[in-house]
Write a protein that binds this ligand. Structure first.
Ligand code: X8Z
Ligand code: ZN
Length: 638
C-alpha cells in the first residue's frame, strides 16, 4: 500500500472531471480573476505551504501509527484540523480564478486539482460534521473485536476455570503458536474451543487474528462464526453514520457542480466515458472469472460437502479464505492443480539461508538499483519501521512520502516469509515512485490517476515471485520439480489473488455509486444483489436491513474510492507486459523476470517521473509506444 495522500488535506486535492461529455473546465466553480501572474504567484505559494503542511500532517500520522498513544492521536488530529483549514482557504483562493482563461496548461491543471474534487463548498459546520463522521466511522471499525469461537464475551465476575476470580484477562501474545499459522498446513489447525491454552478473552481483531482464522481454518462452523461476528460488531454501529455521510457528501458534490458524490469521485479519472469503459473491461475478464469460480466450487464441494454449497450454485462467502471473499489465495491448499509439486513458497528457504527483514529490504533495493533506478536515501534506513515494534502500533504495510524531498519511509511488520518478500518489493516500488516524481510540484506528486500508484508498484513486483527470479536469487531450485506443474501451481496462485479479486473490486464502487445516485433504501439488499451478480457469492446466513454488510469493508466507511484497485489490477499486467517487451523477454509472460533490465527500468522510471502532471491516457501511449491510450485486460487474461 501507499499512504501518501490519505489525510483530509489530500482528499481535497483530487481532480474532478465528469461524465457529461463536456470540457473539464465546465465543472470548476469558476471565478473571474484572469490575471496569469497572480495565478502563478498563488501556485508558487501553495506549493511551498502545501508541502510544509503535508510534512507536518504526515509526521504526526507517522508518530501515531508507529506508537499509538492518546497524546499522539490528539496531536495528529490537531494537525489534520489545521490542514483542513488550509485546504478550505486554498480552495477559496483557487476558485477565484477563471481557470479556462489561463494560458499555461500546467497551471490550469494544478488549479483544477485544488478546486474540483473539494468538499470545501460545504458550510463550515457541515464540512466539519462530514470530517468528524468519517473519523468516527474509522474508529468504530478499528475497535471492532470479537470473542474466540465457542466462548462467551468475557465477564470479569465469572471466574475462568482454573484461575482465581480476581485474575485480569491476560493479553494474548501474538507470538503464540495459534496465531503463527502462515507456514502451517491447515491440517494442524486447532479450533479455539479445543485449545486448552486459549484464554477467555474477547479481544480478537480483524488484523491479524480474525483474518488468520478465515485464511487457515477449514472448520465451517468456525468460519461462519467469525464471518458473522465481525459483521455484527461493525455494520449496525456504522449504518446511521454512513447514511448521514452519504447525505453530506452528495450535498458537497452538488455544490461543486456534480450530480452526486459518485460522479465527483469518478471525476479523478478525467475520462468522460469512465463508467462504460470500466464495464467493458469487466465484461472482458468475466469469462475467465467464471471458469475459476466453477473450478474452485468443485474443490470446495469436495471439502465441505453439498449441504454447505450446491454444485451448480453460488459460493458461500465464508469459505473463500477472506473476510470479503475478495482474495482467494489462502485456499490454495484446497484447489492446487498439482498438490505434489510445490506452490513456489520460498519461506523455508529464506529462513534456512538466514534472511532477516533488513536483508529482504536490501535485496529489494538492489532489485531497483540493478534496473538503473534510484537508491534509497539514508533517511529511509534511519527512520523506517521494518519489524513489529514492542509498543502498540498499526502493522499494515505502507510506504510514506513526507513531502520534503528528503524523508521517505516504510512501515511494515516484516516476517521472513514469501508473502512479505513480495510485500517488501511492493512497498519499495511505491518509494521508487515517490523518488522519481520528487521534482514535480506538490500537486503532481501522485499517480497519473488513482489507479497508477498501485498498478506500477505491482507491475514492478510481478516478476519477483515467479520461478526464474526466485531461481536467480538462489531461493528455488527448478531442477528438482516438473516445471510445467510448478508453473501451473504458480498461475493458480495468481488467479486466486488477481482474477478472483476483479469482480469484487468492480462491484464495491458500483454499489457505492448506486447509493449516492439512488439513495440509501435497501442498501444491504442491493449489496448482496451485486455480490451475487458480479462475484457469484452469497451470504451464508440470512441478511436484513438491520445489518450493514458494506460497513465491514474499511474503504467504504473511510471514504476511500475503490475503483482504483480494479483498474490497477488490470493495468499492472498491461504495464508488466510492456516492461517485459522492453527487457527483451520473448517467452510466456508469467516467466518474465525484469532482473537487471536497464531498459525496463528506463520505461518504468519515465512513467513514474511524470507523476500526475500528465493525463493517464498520455502515459498509456508512452507505455504502448503510441498504440493505445486505453487500459486493456489482454495481458492479464494472457
Ligand atoms: O487497501 C489496500 C492496501 C492499501 S493500498 C492495504 N488494498 C486493497 C484492500 O485491502 O481491499 C490492497 C489490496 C486491495
Ligand atoms: Zn500498494
Amino acid at each position: 500500500m501507499y499512504d501518501g495522500k490519505s489525510s483530509a488535506l489530500w482528499h481535497l486535492v483530487l481532480i474532478a472531471f465528469c461524465t457529461r461529455h463536456a470540457s473539464a473546465d465546465d465543472y470548476v466553480s469558476m471565478g473571474s480573476n484572469t490575471n496569469a501572474a497572480e495565478a502563478m504567484q498563488f501556485l508558487r505559494e501553495y506549493d511551498r505551504e502545501a508541502s510544509g503542511m503535508c510534512y507536518r500532517v504526515t509526521t504526526a500520522q507517522w508518530k501515531f501509527v508507529t506508537n499509538i498513544t492518546e497524546q499522539n492521536r490528539r496531536r495528529m488530529n490537531e494537525e489534520l484540523a489545521l490542514s483542513s483549514k488550509f485546504e478550505r482557504l486554498s480552495w477559496r483562493k483557487a476558485a477565484a480564478f477563471d481557470i479556462t482563461r489561463l494560458s499555461d496548461p500546467q497551471a490550469r491543471r494544478q488549479l483544477r486539482k485544488i478546486v474540483q474534487a473539494s468538499r470545501a463548498s460545504l458550510s463550515d459546520d457541515k464540512f466539519n460534521e462530514l470530517q468528524k463522521l468519517i473519523t468516527e466511522m474509522k474508529e468504530i471499525y478499528n475497535s471492532a473485536k470479537i470473542c474466540p469461537f465457542g466462548q462467551k464475551p468475557y465477564d470479569p465476575h465469572v471466574p475462568k476455570v482454573g484461575s482465581p476470580a480476581t485474575a485480569p484477562p491476560e493479553p494474548f501474545p501474538l507470538t503464540h503458536p495459534h496465531y503463527q499459522l502462515n507456514n502451517h498446513p491447515y491440517q494442524h489447525y486447532q479450533p479455539y474451543q479445543d485449545n486448552p491454552e486459549f484464554p477467555n478473552y474477547c479481544d480478537m481483531q480483524l488484523d491479524p487474528e480474525i483474518s488468520r482464522i478465515l485464511a487457515h481454518s477449514r472448520i465451517e462452523s468456525e468460519l461462519l462464526y467469525v464471518w458473522k461476528s465481525f459483521r455484527d460488531q461493525t455494520g449496525p454501529k456504522l449504518r446511521d453514520k454512513f447514511i448521514r455521510y452519504v447525505e453530506l457528501a452528495n450535498e458537497a458534490a452538488v455544490l461543486a457542480g456534480f450530480r452526486n458524490a459518485g460522479e465527483q469521485m469518478r471525476a479523478a479519472y478525467e475520462e468522460p466515458s469512465l463508467r462504460e469503459s470500466v464495464e467493458e473491461v469487466y465484461n472482458q475478464v468475466a469469462p475467465l472469472y467464471k471458469q475459476l469460480l466453477t473450478y474452485v466450487r468443485r474443490r470446495l464441494l469436495q471439502r465441505y460437502g453439498n449441504h454447505t454449497l450446491r454444485p451448480d450454485g453460488p459460493l458461500p462467502a465464508h469459505l473463500l479464505g477472506n473476510m470479503w471473499a475478495q482474495n482467494w489465495k489462502s485456499i490454495m491448499d484446497l484447489v492446487m492443480p498439482f498438490p505434489t509439486s510445490p506452490a513456489l513458497d520460498v519461506t523455508s528457504e529464506l529462513l534456512r539461508q538466514g534472511y532477516t527483514p533488513l536483508r529482504m529490504f536490501q535485496l529489494g533495493e538492489e532489485f531497483f538499483t540493478k534496473m538503473g533506478m534510484k537508491p534509497l536515501p539514508p533517511e529511509f534506513w534511519r527512520s523506517s519501521v521494518l519489524t513489529r515494534p514492542r509498543r502498540p502500533a498499526q502493522c499494515s504495510a505502507s510506504a510514506w512520502d513526507f513531502c520534503n524531498r528528503i524523508d521517505y519511509r516504510i512501515k511494515q511488520c516484516t516476517e521472513v516469509t514469501t508473502q512479505d518478500l513480495v510485500s517488501t518489493h511492493h512497498e519499495l516500488a511505491h518509494i521508487q515512485y515517490y523518488l522519481q516524481y520528487a521534482d514535480q510540484p506538490q500537486l503532481f506528486r501522485d499517480g497519473a490517476n488513482p489507479a497508477f500508484h498501485e498498478a506500477l508498484a505491482n507491475a514492478a513486483t510481478l516478476s519477483v515471485y515467479n520461478m526464474p527470479h526466485l531461481y536467480r536469487l538462489g531461493l528455488y531450485n527448478n531442477k528438482s520439480h516438473d516445471s510445467y506443474e510448478v508453473g501451473m501451481n504458480f498461475l493458480m496462485t495468481m488467479a486466486l489473488e488477481k482474477v478472483a479479486y476483479l469482480p469484487f473490486a468492480f462491484m464495491v464502487d458500483q454499489w457505492r455509486w448506486s447509493v449516492f445516485e439512488e439513495g440509501v433504501e435497501n442498501m444491504n439488499e442491493r449489496w448482496w444483489q451485486m455480490k451475487l451478480r458480479y462475484q457469484g457469492v452469497v451470504p451464508p446466513l440470512k441478511r436484513t436491513e438491520e445489518d450493514f454488510d458494506p460497513g465491514a469493508k474499511y474503504h467504504i466507511i473511510s471514504d476511500q474510492e475503490y475503483l482504483k484497485f480494479f483498474l490497477a489490477t488490470v493495468l499492472e499486467f498491461q504495464v508488466f507486459e510492456q516492461l517485459c517487451v522492453a527487457a527483451g523477454h520473448a517467452e510466456h509472460l508469467h516467466l518474465c523476470d525484469l532482473h537487471r533490465s536497464r531498459e525496463a527500468g528506463r520505461l518504468l522510471g519515465e512513467l513514474m517521473q511524470a507523476g500526475a502532471s500528465k493525463p493517464a491516457g498520455e502515459l498509456l501511449r508512452t507505455l504502448t509506444r503510441g498504440r493505445t491510450d486505453k487500459i486493456s485486460p489482454e495481458a492479464l487474461v494472457k
